[in-house]
Design a protein around this ligand. Structure first.
Ligand code: BGC
Length: 798
């Protein structure tokens, strides 16, 4: 299985947390870290399990003040499987001598494997192979298979198979001062001789979570009648299976698991539901086969073939697998948003930010139902977004920067600077640009799918209410004759306010203002795209008169964009007055200056004072829009947009960006693809390796970076293959980097499946014979063709 295996040889306690995050297995319903089944959470190991929507709020008293946080709860540990030989303590890494050890993640079938040979203190040598998966075929199922071979001994063993709800959220050292207890026990129970089950409840949100497991032992293909002993407490249940093993002979243990929560449809008592499901579970081989088949089907739709560099190929596939483990077709039916750090760890508490803007382009043209489902997560929270706008004195819908269960603002008011050990104010909630991202995402989903039903029932309502919010937060400056937006911040989190200011927010963040100019233009035209009756109904329901449409139209022509004296777009008004940082001095002084904000604050200085950016902010504009689109927007605004505008601005900000969010490497890789292919490729490789190499020194073990993983795929699709949808046409402007020989990937455009192949100076677009009956329009600029099912178009590339 070349190109589909992530492997680690030898056990290393220092990187075990990272490996666990990267070998997590999930199915878009739940995901479990790749921890060894026989280890507890102890600083090296962290067996976390997370399910979409499994949030709980707790208050921590800090310095006499209540601090409220909502966390994605670490669910009961279903992994527990341990072995005791001859009545001795259960085997752990610390107690044995490892003679051989390999930890693998099979990317193709999302299966985690461990093969170990160990010698215990009595000199017994044993081989243990563990395989496990969370089923992509049956969203509520998972399975573990152990194969035990005593190499130089025969004797008596006991296998402990347990479910454990005595877990807390303690995976992120920075959060350890905060309340991490989220579960209350409900009850353990047995169902027949083989099935044990456990029910717990989240303490505040009252979600019931039940798990049930059936453990069996096999020798020589036959099930062993092992003796079973039960032990149960209110928050823990275990079964011990005792049997004899013989030297050189393999014994297989199968632990099949079922999960249900009270958020699932078609469930009465989750405990009974899980137990029944575990009892009916097929054996490991059958379940694993169905799981494998479900993944094969996904790869047929989602694979991205990159020839000429095996590492790149492997990592692209790793990213695809992780995206799908968090957001799969199973997710589409849930009430789930895309957590920025996946379901792989506890960083950012499972919150949903704007990162989906990097991921939706992948789903839009492969599994559009996933985007639709994730957009519905926003729609179901529009009531809170409206209330938030109203409470802040605005109109329309103001979605929060960090979103969790209910769609209220979940951004913390303080956060810990690990460099100084101090809790510092967090003003990042002023990133209202998330509301432009949601608008952008709905529009682009619609461009890729022409899903009018979604637009008419949900999408347009969100778009109009978002436009209304922007129109109300903006004000007209009659001296400038321009609309301005104050009190917000862009994606760059180094600048939350002006130097010395008490209040958060900045004036006229250029990224935000240009996004607003763009979206106001679309919002003003939106009713005319809908059927007359839905446009009328929606306008009546939201009370949108002609004057409001005219206002949006006017804003699309007269938003203010700040420029410096040299004609560079200023990240925000006042940027020009900030000081330049002595970058060389900081690079010399610190090994890594990505998080300059923490460094400066720990030095008693203030990032607000400098022309520095954590991540692409203004540069995002060049990432999200093509040069033609930006020219159109700027010209409509009455600003110059020259042939060198993109190059000059990108170069300017590149010199002042520390890339403290790895999203920034993705953005810069994208925008440099046309301007400086070599530099683009360098950034792309950094982004591609950022999680596997944990380049931020410890963040990946707290959860993968979904936006970055997805972003690398977006750089390939949008920039290297040059895929863009505009005016109902699928365009390709390929810029194959010299590091690759070719690309090939399936796409789905307006219900039509295609295969795109790039290489050897040619682009081929083949329409699947079973495509939708209507033709599609695709091609390269200057050569757009109409393609029907079965057609194959070849374009020569200059
Ligand atoms: C970045 C944000 C991002 C968030 C979640 C932050 O470090 O600055 O842009 O949305 O992480 O991934």
């Amino acid at each position: 299985m070349d190109g589909f295996l992530l492997t680690y040889d030898g056990f290393d306690p220092r990187t075990e947390g990272l490996r666990e995050a990267l070998t997590s297995t999930g199915n878009g319903y739940l995901c479990t870290r790749g921890a060894a089944e026989w280890e507890d959470a102890d600083g090296v190991h962290y067996p976390g399990t997370y399910a979409h929507g499994g949030y709980n709020r707790e208050t921590t008293m800090m310095g006499g003040l209540p601090v409220l946080n909502e966390d994605l709860v670490n669910l009961p540990n279903w992994l527990v499987l341990q072995v005791r030989v001859e009545g001795e303590d259960a085997i752990r890494f610390d107690d044995v001598e490892l003679l051989g050890y390999r930890h693998e993640y099979d990317i193709r079938h999302a299966t985690v494997l461990r093969r170990l040979r160990f010698r215990d203190h009595a000199g017994r040598e044993t081989t243990l192979t563990s395989r496990r998966f969370v089923s992509m075929a049956d969203a509520h199922h998972a399975g573990i298979e152990w194969t035990l071979v005593p190499e130089n001994w025969s004797g008596h063993v006991e296998v402990i198979s347990a479910l454990d709800s005595r877990v807390t959220n303690s995976g992120v050292p920075r959060y350890r001062q905060l309340e991490g207890r989220h579960l209350n026990p409900v009850s353990p129970r047995t169902f027949g001789p083989e099935v044990i089950a456990l029910k717990a409840e989240t303490r505040q949100s009252n979600i019931y979570i039940s798990q049930a497991t059936r453990t069996r032992v096999f020798q020589g293909g036959e099930q062993l009648p092992a003796t079973r002993t039960l032990y149960q407490m209110e928050d823990y249940i275990q079964q011990v299976l005792a049997f004899d093993v013989r030297q050189g002979e393999a014994t297989r243990v199968e632990k099949m698991v079922a999960f249900y929560t009270s958020r699932d449809p078609a469930v009465s008592d989750t405990l009974v539901r899980a137990a029944r499901s575990a009892a009916r579970h097929s054996d490991f081989a059958g379940a694993s086969e169905r799981h494998g088949a479900a993944w094969e089907e996904l790869w047929r739709t989602c694979d991205v073939g990159a020839s000429g560099n095996e590492q790149v190929q492997l990592l692209l596939r790793l990213h695809i697998a992780h995206l799908l483990q968090v957001c799969s077709p199973h997710t589409a039916d849930l009430d789930a948003g895309m957590p920025a750090r996946g379901l792989n760890g506890e960083a950012y508490r499972g919150h949903v930010f704007w990162d989906e803007i990097y991921a939706f382009p992948f789903f839009n043209v492969r599994l559009p139902e996933v985007t639709r489902g994730l957009l519905m997560y926003r729609y179901r929270r529009i009531g809170e977004a409206r209330a938030a706008a109203r409470e802040a004195g605005f109109r329309g819908a103001m979605f929060p920067w960090q979103s969790g269960s209910e769609g209220v603002e979940e951004t913390q008011r303080v956060h810990l600077n690990p460099l100084s050990g101090r809790w510092e104010p967090d003003l990042s909630r002023n990133q209202r640009h998330v509301n432009a991202a949601i608008f952008f995402n709905i529009w682009n989903y619609f461009q890729a799918t022409s899903d009018y039903a979604f637009l008419e029932s949900y999408g347009a309502e969100m778009m109009l209410d978002i436009a209304r919010f922007w129109a109300s937060i903006a004000h007209f400056n009659s001296a400038r004759e321009r609309y301005e937006i104050h009190g917000v911040m862009g994606p760059d989190e180094f600048h939350e306010k002006y130097p010395g200011a008490q209040q958060g927010g900045l004036r006229n963040n250029a990224y935000t203002n240009v996004m607003v100019a763009w979206l106001c233009d679309i919002a003003a035209k939106l009713p005319s795209l809908l059927s007359a009756s839905s446009a009328e109904g929606l306008r009546a329901r939201l009370g949108i008169g002609d004057d409001e449409l005219a206002l949006w139209q006017d804003m699309s022509r007269r938003m203010f964009v700040p420029f410096d004296s040299g004609g560079i777009i200023s990240q925000f008004e006042g940027w020009d007055e900030l000081e330049e940082l002595d970058w060389d001095a900081y690079r010399a002084k610190y090994e890594n200056i990505q998080r300059l904000d923490r460094i400066l604050r720990a030095e008693g200085d203030d990032p607000d004072r400098y022309k520095i950016a954590k991540q692409a902010d203004t540069v995002m504009l060049f990432f999200l829009f093509s040069d033609e689109e930006l020219r159109e927007i700027f010209e409509r605004l009455g600003y110059d947009y020259g042939s060198d505008t993109a190059a000059r601005n990108i170069a300017y900000y590149d010199q002042r960006t520390s890339h403290g969010s790895t999203l920034s490497f993705v953005t810069h890789a994208g925008v440099l693809a046309a301007l400086d292919p070599e530099s683009s490729w360098e950034r792309f490789l950094v982004a591609l390796r950022s999680d596997v190499d944990d380049i931020q020194g410890g963040t990946t073990q707290e959860g993968i970076h979904m936006g970055v993983m997805a972003g690398t795929l977006e750089v390939v699709q949008r920039y290297y293959a040059g895929t863009q949808i505009r005016d109902g046409v699928l365009y390709f402007t390929p810029r194959l980097p010299s590091g690759l020989d070719g690309l090939s990937f399936p796409l789905q455009f307006r219900e039509t499946p295609l295969l795109v192949t790039l290489g050897g100076g040619q682009l081929t677009v083949a329409v699947h014979p079973d495509g939708a009956s209507h033709p599609i329009r695709a091609g390269i600029p200057g050569d757009v063709r109409e393609l029907c099912p079965g057609d194959r178009a070849v374009f020569g590339l200059a």
